[in-house]
Design a protein around this ligand. Sequence first.
Ligand code: CO8
Length: 259
Amino acid sequence: MTFDTIQFEQQDYIGILTLNRPKAMNALNARLIEELTEVIDLITHDDSVRVLIVTGGEKVFAAGGDIKAMLACDPQAAKAYVRPIHQVFRMIEEMPKPTIAAISGFALGGGVELALVCDLRIAADNAKFGFPEINLGIFPAAGGSQRLPRLIGMSRAKELMFTGDTIDANQALEIGLVNQVVPAYEVMDAALKLAVKLSKKSPLTMGVLKSSLHSMLNTGQDTGLEMELEKLCYLFASHDQKEGMQAFVEKRKPEFTGK
Ligand code: CO8
């Protein structure tokens, strides 16, 4: 697969998606969103990819939405620009396989919003996070105003979004924006190590677990508990459940197939 604004490669069960607009600090323009949508659709339906790593490479994760492309937008054009971002971010969020953002350098605005739709975030110690939208006369509307408070709490989300201030990787760890901070040269190794670990779990169970966790965001607890029970019972019709439990009884490692 070849693209202009992203790169995709696969190592065993791990997909690695790299944003590739170095001259624009990986700003998310329409072409990048179009290509991202195409590759995310392929990965979602490709059983040979069990875990996806999303990265911007060694220098920058992403400096956000493309300001130059947005400058002249009227409300209608703004909607036409942002709607596909919303759609592809939902596709990433709902992908039935774990996703890991590996973040080096700046992750700003739409860049953080991309990291937020990944399940887990690993930051290099040189990573910097912020929502500068307030200084541009807009606000984090690629899902940020909805997802960030759910992740780190309303008060901290307001502080970041109202001030537009940038925080470093350790501050991001402290407020729960990222899961781990590692030395910059180790960020991809750390992401790959975690991805390999997750790729050995049952892909079927992983997808169902992810969907159960996400149902918490859209339902009350009573409905969520009912949905959880249904999803669990569904897994008892699978090979992977039998294999996982059989392997435990036989004191060996399970071999999951996703069936
Ligand atoms: N959009 C377009 N181009 C960008 C962006 C961007 N977000 N960020 C950087 N670039 C370009 C620069 O214009 C520059 O291009 P050129 O060489 O042609 O002048 C090149 O990338 C390198 O950037 P700098 O020279 O500025 O590099 P520095 O190392 O000095 O600074 C920074 C790096 C701090 C990352 C700086 O570039 C910066 O502040 N960028 C903008 C960050 C920002 O404000 N992000 C938020 C954007 S808005 C958003 O994400 C919301 C999207 C969804 C909602 C949309 C509602 C319509």
